[in-house]
Every structure is written in structure tokens, then in C-alpha cells.
Design a protein around this ligand. Sequence first.
Ligand code: AMP
Length: 470
Amino acid sequence: MTTMAKTKKIKAEKKKTAVKAKTEKKPEKKESKEEQAAHAERGKKTYNLLRGMHDILPKDEKYWKNFFHTAENLAAHFQFNRIETPIVEEAGLFIRSIGRGTDVVDKEMYVFEDRDGDKVCLRPEATASVVRAYILHGMWNMPQPIKLWYWGPMFRYDRPQAGRFRQFMQVGFETIGDPDPSVDAELILQAHNFYTDVGLPVEIHVNSIGTPEERQRYKTALTDFYRAKRSYLCDDCKQRLHKNPLRLLDCKQERCQPVKEDAPQIIDWLSEDSKNHFMKVLEYLDELAVPYVLRSTLVRGLDYYTRTVFEVYPATGEGSAQSALGGGGRYDLLVEEMGGKPMPAAGLALGIERSVSALKQHLERTQTKIILEKADAFMAQLGDQARRRALKMINDLRHSGLRIDYNFAKNSLKSQLETANGMQLPYVLILGQKEVQDGTIIIRDMESGVQEIVDQKKMENTLKRKLGKV
Ligand code: AMP
């Protein structure tokens, strides 16, 4: 066979496979029950999600992006540096920091033995990991405070329900090495800014739970008070009385409310130092014009908190634990408890799934839309040759900072213009066979419908000028 004949044969075969691939490509669609059964009969299993897990789909990307970019911007403004710690850690790290007797440790940890028989777990939160990293990498030797932020998945083997997943995303900010009340206020400001910047009005609840000694004295007083009212309490509260008396204050049951209203308040058990610290935090918040609600029953679920604690709720929510978007507080003793030098610290963690869902509800209620990052223009192409050239142009324009959307699955100019119109893009670049040959391109102003033919070499500058980007 001659070289020409060989090339012809290869081309013919390529064409055949391309046609085959084209005809074999089926549109994606969800399987019906019958199809699933048929698949099962043929021995092919279709997979579902594990309980409590969820996919984040492209339709929600705009919300997720919005939250991530906001966090990134805030971190830069307030000088927090990003830290990424592993998802899998030694189980003991969380048992020691969060504490036995808490829901997270007793009921919700994803613990398992790895192949070496070591007890490991999927992190239920990241503060303990950040503190581990702070100690391990000698960050206490650097100028303090160390300000860190993270964004990543957490795992809790919780009973799935609305707003509760087994894998969920958290963004967190931690400041280690500064005891000043301004740090607590700065973190509360950070939470406030985070939601204000994405456009979700929130309410921030604050309280102080003092030092462990102050809290212990309060717990005794609380237990004494509740024990005397035991017969009026719900079953859960009867349990809490023995296991974790502070959680009595979280009870939402109707029958426990009158008891709760008369219960002793932690503020009366705080030392002068703790009271002063709290007052200063509030003064900062007043100065910063960050609105807050004083909530004497707010205690948070984890053991390591000291003094200031806070939680964030959607401004329209009733403030049930389930609707908390996030929370945080001081943890002055944790670094030492984890084997480091004594170092005061404070932090916060915000859950993204609940935040996305609250934002969606808010946008729906107020009939507003999220502002999307739009492309600069749309590239419409007509024919094979134009499509090939168009892809190169789109990539070249990307290098010069312009984002061009396209849809090569559409062939007619009409449908491509309709797509661009739907995306509300101001300009469409039209490239047909003739333009490819002439080295030109048409720039169509979508508002006026006016079209201009320009040299391809001048397209970037012309488009930038039209977009006001030069
Ligand atoms: P926490 O430290 O437990 O207060 O969690 C902080 C935030 O993370 C919560 O306010 C939620 O937004 C989020 N979060 C905690 N647990 C879950 C969960 N099981 N599913 C979804 N989000 C969660």
C-alpha cells in the first residue's frame, strides 16, 4: 500500500469511529424504576448515595462560589492565612479536645481502625486539627497571634434530617496567641461580614461561659435547681441532668420552658475578670456596629470553650439549634491541653450547606437574584473550520483576561444567539466560513443588534474597548 493509500485508509477508519461514537452517544437521563430493575436483572448495580451524604450540583455552584470567594476576600482583608489539614486524623485528637460526654464524641464520630489497627477518624470539626498543626509546626515560635482559616469537609455520624448531613462543609477562622477581647470581637465581625457580603441578613447571639472553674460552680447550682424540679422535666432533660447539665439550657420542649425561665444564669457565676472581658467584647461590637443578641442560655456543644461564645442565625429564623449557621468562641486552654505551651485562642466555624439553604430562602422571599459572574461575550461559530478556529480564539482571549462562553453543540446561528441572549451577554462574536477565510470576525452588540466586521487581529482590542476594559 502506498503512503497516500494508507493515509486515506486511516482517515476513512477515523471517520467511521467518529460516526459510530456520535451515534452511540446518548443523552444522559435518569433511570426509571423499570430500567433500574432491568439493569439489576442483567447484574449491573446502580449506586445511590450513602445516608446523610449529598452531591453539590452545578445548579448550586453560584451560591457555593459566592461563599468561598467571600471567605477568601475576608481572609485577605483581615490577614488570615489558609491552612489545610488532613480529613483523617488520630481519633484521640478529637476525643481529648472536644471531650467525652459531648454528642459529637459520644455519638457522631466516624471512627474506624485502619489497616495497621490504628484508631482513626474522619474529622468532625477542624479546630483541634488546627491546634495540632500549630503545635506540631512550632507556630508558637513565630510572632503571635497566628491567624489561620480553612475551608473543607467535616463528618458527623448524625441522624440525617433537614440541615443535618453526615458530610458537610465548614469555613473557619482561628486566632491563636492573643488573649485580648478585640480578638473575640474581630471574629464575630468576621462572621457578620461573611453573611452581609453574600447578602444574607443574620442575627448573632453572644454569651460568656467563663472559665472551667466558674462553669463548674454554675453547673452545680444549675443541677441543684433542676433536681428540685425533676418531675416537671422531659425525659431528655432527666438524662441531661446526669450527663451534661449545661445542655438543659438547650431544651426546646414546651414543658421544660417554665423551668428554664427561672433557672440560674451563668453571668451571675462569672468572676470579675471574665465579666470584664465580656463587657469589653460587647463594647467592641457596639463600636463596630455589629448587632448582637445577649442569650444567657447559649453554651455551645463542645467542651473546649472558655469565656465568649457565639452563634449565628438567619435573621428571620427562630433560633433553634438546627438553624444555627455557625458559631465559635474562645478556647484559651485548648493549646495547652493538646500538649502545647499555654496560648489563648479563639475561633469560629460556619456551615456552608445551611448557609446556602438560608440564602436561597432569603432570595426567594425577597424576590432577588444572586449576581452571577458573567462572561464578557459569546462565541457563535458556523461550520467545522470556524469551530476549530473559534476554540483557539477563545483560549487566546482567556490569556488576555476575557471570558468567552460558547456552546459547540449548537450549529445554527439563531440558536446560538438565543443562548447568548438567555445569558444576558452584551456581545456575540460570530465566526463563519467566510470570516475564517477573510481573517475577520463579526462583533454583534446584543442590545442594539448592530454588527461590526473587524480584523481578527484587532478583535481583542476592539472587544476590550467596547467592554470598557482598556
Ligand atoms: P458546630 O461547631 O457544631 O456548632 O457547627 C458549626 C456549624 O457547622 C453549624 O452551625 C452548621 O452550620 C454546621 N454543621 C454542624 N453539623 C452539621 C451537620 N451535621 N450537617 C450540616 N451542617 C452542620
